[in-house]
Structures are given as C-alpha cells and as structure tokens.
Design a protein around this ligand. Structure first.
Ligand code: NAD
Length: 242
C-alpha cells in the first residue's frame, strides 16, 4: 500500500487539474454509515429495504415512515469532516484540485472548506416546502418537528432537497461535473461502490493521465486505475502532502 500512496503523491505533484469523485465511504470515518459495507444500512433490518424507503414513490405514499427512517439514519447532526474531507479542501485551496463531485448528501465537504462541491444527489442541509417553495436551510427544523414536517407559512409538506430513487439528477450539476471530469489530469475516485447510476457513469468522461481508486472494497474501475489503494480514505489522504 505504501508504494501506491507514493505513486499517488507523485501524481498529485505533477497534476494541476485534480478532480475527486466520491461517495458514502468518504464519510464513514466521520461516523456516518454507508449503504453497502458490512455495517452499512443495507445490512441492517428494516420493514422495507433502504432503497425502497428513500424512493420517490415511498416518500409520496408513506411520508411519515420515510421521515422516521430519514431522521434516524440519514441525519447526523454531530458529524465532523474527517482527514479525507480536510485534505481535499487543502488541495483545492492550493489550486491543485478543481472540484469535488460527491454522491453524499451530508454537507461535510463544504464544512471542511471545499468550495467547488457538486452534490449529485443533493443535500440534507437544504429543505423546501413542496407547496409554496419556502426554504428551510439546515436540518434543525426537520429534526425538531414531529412526524411529517410541515411548512410554517402554508402547512405544505417539507421535503429534503435530495435526489430520491426514481428521481432525476439536476442537469446543471451533471453538466458541471462532467465538464470537470473531462478536463481532469488526475481523477481520484474514493469511498464509493460505483453501483449507483447515472452518477457512476460520469467517470467515463475522464481521459486524463492518472486514475486513482481509493476504496476499502473492490470496484468496477480497479482494473482501469493506474493507482489502486485498498484502504481507508482518511488514513490514505492524510499521508499526502500538498
Ligand atoms: P456505498 O455504500 O454503495 O459504497 C461505499 C463504498 O465505500 C464501499 O465500497 C465501501 O467499501 C467503501 N468505504 C467505506 N468506508 C470507507 C473508507 N473509510 N475508506 C474507503 N472506502 C470506504 O456508497 P455510494 O457508492 O456512495 O452509494 C450510496 C448512495 O447512498 C449514494 O448515492 C449516496 O447519496 C447515499 N448515501 C450517502 C451518505 C452520506 O451522505 N454520507 C451515506 C450513505 C448513503
């Protein structure tokens, strides 16, 4: 592993348009469970599978049950950025990294100081009334309300600005993400199982020099990577010097 980390350091040194593409594994070291690891949400038992609960049709039909799960398993008030988030922000501040493209909805990259963060699946920190559009920023209103959170102005149902299963991604976010990936000289993929589409497919736009994959388990892009590191992303990235 140490040899691969040295290769990553070398690639970082010689690259000027680094792009990071990540997922839930980036935040596990902050105490937020991912979906597909052994202790991830998919291994726990619920009345419905998690992908059913966080779907558009379930939200519309069983909003209260959606919110029971959502408050319990998808909002982490006390989570703090870990070494991975912090290193990526440092690389951006140094002008080397141009964008973080994330499937995460926890806002931890911004909390670490990253500026160009493309949230493919939205954010739990943004919420809005489905009736009048009033915005509720942060998670406080959702956490502190009981049952289905309702708009204080019109009584409409409030929903998180996250992309649920069966819903489409924001086109302008896709365009910016794909544009960054197409320009990258080093693409670092980390903490993602790469099974959620269309997000995982955006990587196909990469034609740069170095592809690095940092993940605890195997991914479909391991063979294409010239730098492959099976390890914890926070532990790995903390060893990179900017
Ligand atoms: P996933 O759960 O499918 O895969 C996570 C991957 O990260 C796994 O391959 C696992 O081996 C790896 N991993 C776990 N901890 C790691 C670590 N410390 N270092 C390196 N690798 C690690 O996650 P996904 O691919 O992002 O897809 C799940 C979907 O669920 C996403 O669309 C995302 O929106 C959502 N989700 C988000 C959060 C969050 O915002 N933090 C949490 C859970 C799920």
């Amino acid at each position: 592993m140490q040899e691969a980390i040295e290769k990553l350091q070398q690639a970082v040194n010689e690259s000027n348009y680094i792009v990071f593409f990540g997922g839930a594994g980036v935040s596990t070291e902050s105490g937020i469970p991912d979906f597909r690891s052994q202790d991830g949400l998919y291994s726990q038992k619920y009345k419905y599978p998690p992908e059913t609960i966080v779907s558009h049709s379930f939200f519309m039909r069983k909003t209260e049950e959606f919110y029971d799960f959502y408050r319990d398993k998808m909002i982490f008030m006390d989570a703090k950025p870990n070494a991975a988030h912090l290193k990526l922000a440092e690389l951006e501040a140094a002008g080397k990294l141009k964008a973080v493209i994330t499937q995460n909805i926890d806002g931890l990259h911004q909390a670490a100081g990253s500026k160009e963060v493309l949230e493919l699946h939205g954010s739990t920190l943004r919420n809005y009334c489905m009736n009048c559009g009033k915005r509720y920023d942060g998670v406080k209103y959702i956490v502190e309300s009981a049952g289905v959170p309702k708009c204080e102005d019109c009584g409409g149902v409030i929903r998180p600005d996250v992309v649920l299963y069966e819903e489409g991604l924001d086109n302008s976010v896709i365009r910016r993400a794909v544009d960054h990936i197409a320009r990258a000289d080093l693409l670092i993929i980390g903490g993602t199982s790469l099974v959620v589409y269309p997000a995982a497919g955006f990587i196909d736009y990469f034609h740069g020099r170095h592809l690095a994959v940092i993940n605890m388990s195997e991914t479909s892009r391991d063979k294409a990577a010239d730098i492959l590191i099976q390890g914890k992303i926070g532990e790995v990235l903390s060893q990179i010097t900017v």
